[in-house]
Ligand binder design. Structure first.
Ligand code: COA
Length: 336
């Protein structure tokens, strides 16, 4: 009987380049409090958010993806036609088919594999894990991972629990072979029993009737049980962060940056504390100006910390994403 020939990819992988795109329109807390009963002070102290960016109609998930991908490819020194695969993580591409990744592939001029994943705010770290494994398995030499969201489209501006939280944007990385280890083991999982803590108000194909009987229903919108998610993130994600360090065989003192998902500054504070992160290690705090960009958060923060010199190129960073599902993923990476 014939034996199937297998393929072997690279021994190690790394992030070769990162790029980000944030929309031009700044939405301040003062604007938000014209929609909900709140205050600039409450939003800043309870979440850490001072402002967020919301896309104009032209700043679509496709345009933002292409912009961030172009920057990541240029930084990596790779052209679109060298990509073996494109993975796009998003919950705000409103077509079930075709995948946003295929539209991006068309714009970049590549015929590599292309598909979307839905893993909420953990989506970028999920994508990095998949891409790294593909390069190691030999199913692609270079993989583009994009996290992109237009959460403004999913935000009910009259909902006090979510109106102030979300922002739009895109971030991308190119992952490829490396001579030395550049992406540590992923610690990931899902707690599906908590699926109902972050939801959308109704399914895309299920437009309910308005209470007054008209067809004026807007949405679907995101809804969140803030306190439950806050508690889960503060406690379980601290454990996951520690596990990711242990799996990579390093300690918090070896880190050159900590880039957690930006859901709430108080969650970040708690993770920093439990990790015992030395004071000199820079911590992503993009939530102040970008809000929570879900899958786009981590690559956006990574690009910014490298661009402003807060984090060193080649340094070790702990990434952790967590959110709707509930799902999570964390890994240690070498910064591009
Ligand atoms: N403005 C002003 N006051 C508000 C408010 C708002 N937008 N929303 C709630 N409040 C009030 C509540 O009515 C409550 O008042 P009370 O004490 O008089 O009853 C008080 O503030 C505290 O409400 P609570 O819901 O406990 O707020 P919180 O401290 O949990 O903060 C979040 C709310 C959303 C900022 C916080 O829960 C959070 O960040 N959750 C996690 C988000 C997250 O991780 N998401 C990840 C998914 S991507």
């Amino acid at each position: 009987m014939a034996v199937i020939r297998e393929k072997q990819g690279a021994a190690h992988t790394r992030i070769m380049g990162v790029g980000g795109y944030v929309p031009s329109r700044v939405v301040t807390n003062d604007e938000v409090i014209t929609w909900i009963d709140s205050s600039d002070e409450w939003i800043r102290t309870r979440s850490g958010i001072a402002e967020r960016r919301w896309g104009t109609p032209e700043e679509t998930v496709l345009e933002m993806s292409v912009q961030s991908a172009g920057k990541a490819l240029a930084a990596a020194g790779i052209s679109g036609d060298q990509l073996g695969a494109i993975i796009v993580s998003t919950v705000s591409h409103f077509h079930q088919t075709p995948a946003l990744a295929c539209l991006v592939a068309d714009r970049l001029g590549t015929n590599g594999a292309a598909y979307d994943i839905s893993a909420g705010c953990a989506g970028f770290c999920y994508g990095v894990a998949q891409a790294s494994d593909m390069v190691k398995a030999g199913s692609a030499e270079y993989v583009l991972v994009i996290g992109v969201e237009r959460l403004s489209d999913l935000t009910d501006i009259h909902d006090r629990g979510t109106a102030f939280i979300f922002g739009d944007g895109a971030g991308a990385v190119v992952i490829g072979p490396s001579d030395t280890p550049g992406i540590g083991p992923v610690v990931w999982g899902a707690e599906g029993d908590k699926y109902d803590t972050i939801t959308q108000t109704f399914a895309w194909n299920d437009k309910p009737e308005a209470e007054d009987g008209s067809d004026e229903v807007r949405g679907p919108f995101l809804r969140m049980e803030g306190q439950a998610v806050f508690r889960w993130a503060s406690y379980q994600m601290a454990e996951v962060s520690l596990k990711a360090l242990a799996e990579a065989g390093i300690t918090a003192g070896d880190l050159d940056a900590f880039i957690p998902h930006q859901a709430n500054n108080r969650i970040t504070d708690r993770l920093v504390k439990v990790l015992g992160l030395p004071e000199e290690v820079p911590v992503a705090r993009t939530i102040a100006e970008y809000g929570n960009n879900s899958a786009a958060t981590i690559p956006l923060a990574m690009e910014r910390m490298l661009a402003d010199g807060t984090a060193p190129s080649g340094g070790l960073a702990l990434l952790i994403g967590f959110g709707a599902g509930l799902v999570y993923a964390a890994q240690v990476v070498a910064l591009p």
